[in-house]
Design a protein. Structure first.
Length: 114
């Protein structure tokens, strides 16, 4: 039993041109693609903030080159990063792994770094 001022999400507002009921729930439902897009934007922003906040200059350069971030046009291999930076590919691999761990820790607890 509903009180006078109560409205249900399943209350019919009107009928569409085919006679199907349109409810409040139909109007306020959230499109999952919008939620996914916003979530991706938030995570991307947090990752970029983390790159600038927790990584040293060398780690930043490796991550930017490896993943095609910033002005870098496309991702490059560890071998190419090593060549550009004048270090070994295995050292690039170790630095990349360390940088990604730092970023993961930052993204898990960003308030810890404020």
């Amino acid at each position: 039993e509903k009180l006078n001022n109560e409205t249900s999400l399943h209350d019919v507002i009107e009928l569409d041109k085919d006679g199907n009921p349109l409810t409040y729930l139909d109007i306020i439902s959230v499109d999952d693609t919008i939620v996914d897009t916003l979530d991706l934007k938030e995570k991307s922003y947090l990752a970029l903030k983390g790159i600038n906040h927790v990584l040293n200059e060398r780690e930043q350069k490796i991550i930017v080159l490896r993943y095609g971030l910033g002005n870098s046009t496309s991702p490059v291999t560890q071998r190419e990063v090593a060549k550009r930076m004048g270090i070994s590919r295995s050292y690039v691999s170790r630095l990349e792994k360390s940088a990604l761990e730092k970023l993961q820790n930052y993204m898990d607890k960003p308030k810890k770094y404020i």
